[in-house]
Design a protein around this ligand. Structure first.
Ligand code: 5AD
Ligand code: SF4
Length: 443
């Protein structure tokens, strides 16, 4: 058979969290070494990879409907390879091939470095499935990251989770908590900065549980942050997602005196009811969370906090829900993500009946209205202030540039003088539904 002309094209669709965004980039690099270039057009692809999310039922079902939609593409181009990666791949493995025979390969999150061999196996007529948790660091087997055109980058420092919250699939799909060694993280960070990256977001399912091996013993996340802050040219450091019980004193202190550590923290609490927190196996009370927030704000008073919430967890009463609303009113969040409880197969909570759908819907609406009002208030409090904005890309309107403030607010300015990769001083003049507008004052 004749080889196709030109480079092979790879289309990756990413679902779910930032870890998947990072992993998709690394998969593109692994396949880049095999001659694939990425495309944004699925119709012209030689290989389609769905990097999937299993966190809620809706996310997992979406993958199957998207796979169904690939049928005409495969019919038009039988050589098209279709792969399922990510947490649905990990959770369902072989089942995916049974349910969707058009799929050629299934690869779990810990096996991405094996993608090149797996695509060769597909060429040889096989349908490889790899959902192992190998003892090796997959990142060590992936190629070096290419030149970045973006000033921001994700860097995975830790994967997996040992917390076993009663509702969550992550400990099963991503496996046990594993921290990457210090040197590899520092090396990757320096390489990113040498390529023009000015902001790094450290990623991990349980990022503040980081405990990686350094030359002189075990390092926590705070020490990684301090070491990264020494890299010249790196201006901003963030990390996500954190568990309240791993918020060590050294990390709180870093928020107080490390200017490169940005004043934004995603610290999911899930519920404000002690009874539900206990049933969720969160291992802290609402009061302990509130005290923790006070300590963090004592170190960095202007820090913006965000959280995740689940409503309709099995057994949640009106009083439990009201306790969550009370916690939100007490803490004040700058942003929040809220979800209706979704039973995930294999998790302890899935054994118990959830609350009635209409009740959960009503709670979700009420909670979202409250956090939206807090989000608006936090944005409006920025109007009139001068903030620093790292410009990331051109905006929708001509001459417009958009970027993020230290507080992770999206900010747009109408100034042809603003450049991608520049950190500008911006006076905030307006607050829209999801972003702020301002004028560029200078560098
Ligand atoms: N149902 C609803 N929301 C969930 N999350 C995790 N598992 C579930 C579930 N089974 C939410 C949590 C978590 C976020 C990433 O997704 O709020 O923090
Ligand atoms: Fe899931 Fe986060 Fe709980 Fe770990 S800490 S089990 S990732 S919700």
């Amino acid at each position: 058979m004749a080889e196709a002309e030109g480079p092979k094209k790879l289309y990756i669709k990413t679902y779910g969290c930032q870890m998947n965004v990072y992993d998709s980039e690394r998969m593109a690099e692994a396949l880049g070494a095999e001659g694939y270039v990425t495309t944004d057009v699925a119709e012209e692809a030689d290989m389609v990879l769905l990097n999937t999310c299993h966190i809620r039922e809706k996310a997992a079902e979406k993958v199957y409907s998207d796979l169904g939609r690939l049928r005409p593409l495969k019919a038009a181009k039988p050589s098209l390879k279709i792969g399922v990666a990510g947490c649905v791949a990990q959770a369902e493995g072989e089942e995916i091939l049974k349910r969707m025979p058009l799929v050629d390969l299934v690869v779990g999150p810990q096996s991405y470095h094996r993608l090149p061999q797996m695509t060769k196996a597909v060429d040889a007529g096989e349908k490889p499935v790899d959902t192992d948790f190998p003892a090796e660091d997959k990142f060590e087997h992936l190629p070096e990251r290419p030149v970045s055109s973006r000033p921001t980058a994700f860097l995975t420092v830790q994967e997996g989770c040992d917390k076993f919250c009663a509702f969550c699939v992550v400990p099963y799909t991503r496996g046990a908590e594993v921290s990457r060694p210090v040197e590899r993280i520092l090396r990757e960070a320096r390489a990113l900065v040498a390529k023009g990256v000015r902001e790094i977001t450290l990623l991990g399912q349980n990022v503040n549980a980081y405990h990686g091996e350094g030359e002189d013993g075990t390092w926590g996340l705070a020490r990684i942050v301090r070491e990264l802050a020494r890299i010249e040219g790196l201006d901003r450091i963030r990390y996500t997602t954190s568990h309240p019980n791993d918020m060590e004193e050294a990390l709180i202190a870093a928020h107080g005196d490390e200017p490169k550590l940005m004043p934004y923290l995603h610290l999911p609490v899930q519920s404000g009811s002690d009874r539900i927190l206990k049933a969720m196996n969160r291992k802290h009370t609402a009061e302990e969370y509130i005290r923790l927030v006070e300590r963090i704000r004592a170190a960095r008073p202007d820090i913006l906090l965000s959280s995740d919430f689940i409503v309709g967890f099995p057994g949640e009463t009106d009083a439990d829900f009201e306790a969550t609303m009370d916690l939100i009113r007490e803490v004040h969040f700058g942003a929040a993500f809220s979800f209706k409880y979704s039973a995930r197969p294999g998790t302890p909570a899935a054994e118990k009946p959830g609350v009635a759908d209409e009740v959960a819907d009503a709670r979700l609406q009420a909670l979202q209205a409250l956090v939206t009002s807090q989000q608006r208030a936090a944005q409006e409090a920025m109007v009139g202030r001068e903030v620093r904005v790292l410009f990331e890309k051109a905006g929708r309107l001509p001459g417009q540039m958009v970027g993020k403030s230290d507080y992770l607010h999206a900010v747009h300015v109408a100034d042809p003088g603003a450049r991608v990769g520049q950190i500008g001083r911006v006076r905030i003049t307006e607050s829209g539904p999801n972003s702020l507008g301002g004028v560029l004052l200078g560098a």
